[in-house]
Structures are given as structure tokens and as C-alpha cells.
Design a protein around this ligand. Structure first.
Ligand code: ADE
Length: 243
């Protein structure tokens, strides 16, 4: 998979040389390119922003610069614009389901805005050439899209075949079945007077699976009842479809 990130802070993406994504890049599984938006800026000051029409605080990122940048980056692979991802607090929430969809794409481009965001015409224009999805990490405001780009690249990469040593770990993730994961334990068996639950040492795979399912349900009900509601809705809909 090819991933392009466009940003005014390319150094912010340096962690993508490390850990799982770094390894996937070195193994040739992820072809990641980070571009400095200012390459496409013109004028002595290489400005990438301007004051907002209609007034208000802050600055808005200029469509002319973004337009040139995205045209150039998306054209890097002829006939495959891929999916353009735009992190913004105004986007629909990022979910594992969306991440899994993007992991199926042959290429992704991530446009990192700063200041008060990117001119509203940029995603509209980009959608003429390929799919565009805006997403938010959550109900809070970051200073820009770079952290969200790190999040998406890591979340997508670990679903790309060959990136995880053991692909089963992605299948067992929290959210992959709509529930939070049960707690996990390793040696020693007893630590600071806390014991590993005996069922996990019983060798009874059925009992272990039931124990994990129960803890998973318990945890989800306590911390994220909204996920349980959604799961019930989904299962209810499936049962209804089958009737
Ligand atoms: N950029 C600024 N705030 C953001 C958020 N909450 N999610 C994604 N991108 C953002």
C-alpha cells in the first residue's frame, strides 16, 4: 500500500520510521511518502494561509496551494487517486470499521490542515477526482491533522497483510467484534499478591473463551455501554433480515 501525507510539519511524522510502521516500510509493505506543503507555495513568504472570508479569528489554509499539492501527489500513481483522508474535528468519528475499509485501498493520501482548517472548496474539488473522507479522532480539538495522520497510518498499517507478526491479534482486537477486549496476563503467576485468574491456566480452551467473552461484555457494559447498544442493534437487524 502507498500512503502520502501532506503537511507543513513533515518532521512531525518522524515516528513513522519507528516500530511497526517503520518495520513495515523497511519490509516494503508500506510505501510512505511525506510531503512539505510549502513546496507548492508561491511568493516570497511561501504563505499557505490567509484570513477567513466573513471574518473571525485565525487563518484558513489557501485552496490554490492545497489544490496544486493534492493534484501532484494524487497523480503520482496514474489512474489511481486512492482515497483522500482529511482529519478535522468536523469529520465523522474514526472507527475500526472505517480503518478496515481504508486498509483495503491500494493508496491513501492524508491532507493535514492547521490553523482554522483548509478552505472548504478543497475537499469538494478533490472529490471530483476520487473518494474523499473527512474524519475526527474525537470530540476535542487538536492544533492540526498531523497527530491524526500518525493514528491513521498506524491503525491502517497493522491491518495490511504481512505487517503484524501474528494476524490473529488484529482479529482479537477491541472493536473488531464490537466489544472491548478482556484484560490480558503473562508470567509471573502471582505478583504483588495479585493472581492470574486460574481459568487462564486451566488449559480448557472453551472455558478460557467463555471467561474472555464475559470479561469483555462486563468491561464494555461498564465503560462503553454505547458499543453494546450498537451491537444489539446490529444483531437485531441481522436476526430481522434472516426472518
Ligand atoms: N484536527 C484538529 N482536531 C482534530 C480532531 N479532533 N480529529 C482529527 N483531526 C483534527
Amino acid at each position: 500500500m502507498r500512503i502520502d501525507v501532506v503537511t507543513i510539519f513533515p518532521d512531525y511524522l518522524a515516528p513513522l520510521d519507528d516500530a511497526i510502521v517503520g518495520r513495515a516500510r523497511r519490509a516494503g509493505l508500506i510505501d510512505l511518502h511525506v510531503h512539505d506543503l510549502r513546496r507548492w507555495a508561491t511568493g516570497v513568504h511561501q504563505a499557505v494561509d490567509d484570513s477567513p472570508y466573513g471574518g473571525g479569528p485565525g487563518m484558513v489554509m489557501t485552496p490554490t496551494v492545497w489544490g496544486e499539492a493534492l493534484d501532484a501527489v494524487r497523480a503520482a500513481v496514474p489512474d489511481d487517486p486512492g482515497v483522500l483522508l482529511v482529519p478535522t474535528p468536523a469529520g465523522a468519528p474514526l472507527t475500526q470499521r472505517r480503518v478496515a475499509g481504508w486498509a483495503e485501498a491500494s493508496r491513501l493520501t492524508i491532507a493535514c490542515g492547521r490553523y482554522e482548517g483548509i478552505d472548504g472548496r478543497v475537499p469538494v474539488d478533490a472529490a471530483r477526482r476520487g473518494p474523499v473522507e473527512e474524519f475526527s479522532l474525537g470530540d476535542y480539538v487538536l492544533a492540526g491533522g498531523e497527530v491524526a495522520a500518525l493514528v491513521v497510518v498506524e491503525a491502517v498499517s497493522r491491518l495490511v497483510p504481512g505487517v503484524l507478526g501474528n494476524p490473529a491479534s488484529a482479529e482479537l482486537d477491541s472493536f473488531s467484534d464490537g466489544l472491548l477486549e478482556a484484560p490480558a496476563y503473562t508470567r509471573p503467576e502471582s505478583w504483588r499478591e495479585l493472581d492470574v485468574p486460574p481459568v487462564l491456566r486451566s488449559g480448557d480452551h472453551g472455558a478460557v473463551a467463555r471467561w474472555r467473552r464475559d470479561r469483555s461484555l462486563e468491561r464494555t457494559a461498564a465503560v462503553r455501554p454505547d458499543l453494546l447498544d450498537r451491537l444489539v442493534e446490529r444483531l437485531g437487524a441481522t436476526a430481522f433480515d434472516r426472518r
